[in-house]
Design a protein around this ligand. Structure first.
Ligand SMILES: C[S@@+](CC[C@H](N)C(=O)[O-])C[C@H]1O[C@@H](n2cnc3c(N)ncnc32)[C@H](O)[C@@H]1O
Length: 430
């Protein structure tokens, strides 16, 4: 139903923090005090009995989120002030999202006289659990919920893989429930594709509540942890350590400054790292110059960057004259002209790089290169290479040692699609 007349009452979306009243904000306490109706999951309401006296209290089961929202909406429509409580922060896997979704669907537009909605922030499990174990979140981190009640597992798995690949400290919410026992082991498997088995892990159960429990373990042993639906799992990044019982992720000060506070060689106080945004291509080019047989592919692997980034790092408008490779970027609109040039090469080598490091190499006459419509075709019959032109986002002309000359085609994510390399025939002696 849309277009209902919006309520003159108020909905207060209150995050009550982890459970201990000492960690509830003053505004959260005040909001519950001013509410006439308090609605929440029964377990959370049991955490705040002293704030419920004299109020209409509606306790619901865990899975009844939409019932809670509807009850709040109805009470607010009747002109009442309603506190809808969430543990931690109402906006972090809490009631704020479902409430906005529900009322927006019913025509609420946030105008004057429509009924006010206020989200009152609280200390989320990510920061309260982190505080109990030390300082694990002092560098980039992400949170992933393992609940597949509303999120398909392939999406969760993709996010876990991205977190592992991106070396984020990873906080797992909803790691398990009575029915969801296998998810944590699957998450462990996915993260182990990228992380060391010794990566520190903390499992915090019922933080700041009566049955608080903290386990320290490694990623390799995570499947033994048996977390519950009241647990949060914190998985460190490559630098996270357990020291004297504390889980700590370094910010990077010791890598930049020596003892006494002097910057280490190559770094400057208060300036971006030598490997910062502007500096890393310079370092890459220096690295190339130091290699006995420099390879741009090896550089891409060494710096763990997409192929297009490696090509851009040696672009002729930035690279020093003694850089072993030089490139210039070609816009897609100009590529047909460059393909015409490749067609003049007596022979060319086409290299297709697979995502897992496989390479398919074939050698054809330049004239065997055809670009018509939406497909670039190389060769004929059984040995054909076909490339969907829609995927091409840019090209790079690459020149290197030993007369190496190629046209590199990359996609929007900077991945190499096809390399067309000129084969230089060396005349036979005698
Ligand atoms: C539906 S989410 C609610 C998150 C909450 N809104 C927050 O900001 O912390 C429930 C999950 O939060 C985590 N959680 C909430 N309170 C916790 C506590 N006191 N100790 C440990 N984990 C907690 C657990 O991972 C649990 O499965």
């Amino acid at each position: 139903m849309t277009g209902d007349v919006a309520p003159p009452g108020r909905i207060l979306l209150v995050g009550i923090g982890p459970g201990d009243p000492a960690h509830m904000t003053a505004r959260a306490r005040e909001a519950i005090t001013e509410a006439e109706v308090v609605i929440g999951y029964q377990t959370y309401l049991k955490l705040i009995p002293e704030l419920l006296e004299g109020k209409t209290v509606i306790g619901k089961a865990m899975t009844e989120e939409l019932d809670r929202v509807e009850a709040a909406w109805e009470a607010a429509r009747a002109g009442q002030v309603v506190a809808l409580v969430s543990s931690g922060d109402a906006g972090v896997y809490g009631m704020a999202g479902p409430t906005y979704e529900f009322i927006l669907q019913r025509g609420w537009q946030g105008g004057a006289g429509e009924g006010e909605v206020e989200v009152i922030p609280g200390a989320s499990a990510l920061s309260t659990c982190a505080a109990l174990v030390g300082a694990p979140l002092t560098h980039d981190f992400c949170t992933i919920s393992l609940s597949d009640l509303l999120t398909p597992w392939p999406v969760i798995a993709r996010r876990l893989d991205a977190a592992g690949r991106g070396d984020f400290v990873t906080i797992l919410y909803n790691p398990a429930s009575k029915r969801r026992r296998a998810h944590i082991a699957r998450a462990q498997e996915i993260l182990l594709r990228h992380r060391d088995p010794d990566t520190p892990v903390a499992v915090v159960r019922s933080a700041y509540r009566e049955r608080q429990q903290i386990q320290h373990l490694t990623l390799e042993a995570l499947h033994e942890a048996e977390p519950s639906m009241l647990s949060t799992v914190i998985i460190g990044n490559r630098s996270t350590r357990f020291e004297h019982g504390r889980m700590v992720t370094p910010r990077g000060y010791t890598a930049k400054y020596a003892e006494g506070g002097t910057p280490v060689s190559g770094e400057q106080r208060g300036r971006s790292l030598s490997l910062g945004l502007e500096g890393w291509p310079v370092v890459l080019r220096q690295w190339l110059r130091e290699q006995p047989s420099p390879s741009l592919e090896a550089a891409a692997e060494h710096f763990d960057i997409p192929w297009a980034e490696a090509l851009a790092a040696v672009a002729d408008d930035v690279a020093e004259p003694d850089t072993p490779f030089m490139t210039s970027r070609i816009e897609v609109a100009d590529l047909p002209h460059h393909l015409d040039e490749c067609r003049q090469w007596p022979r060319l080598r086409a290299v297709v790089r697979g995502p897992a490091g496989t390479r398919m190499v074939c050698s054809v006459a330049g004239a065997g290169l055809r670009h018509g419509g939406q497909t670039l075709v190389l060769g004929s019959g059984g040995g054909r290479v076909e490339l969907d032109w829609e995927r091409v986002a840019a090209g790079w002309a690459l020149a290197g040692a030993c007369q190496h000359c190629s046209l590199e085609l990359v996609d929007r994510r900077g991945r190499g699609l096809l390399s067309l390399q000129r084969i230089v025939e060396t005349p036979r002696a005698g």
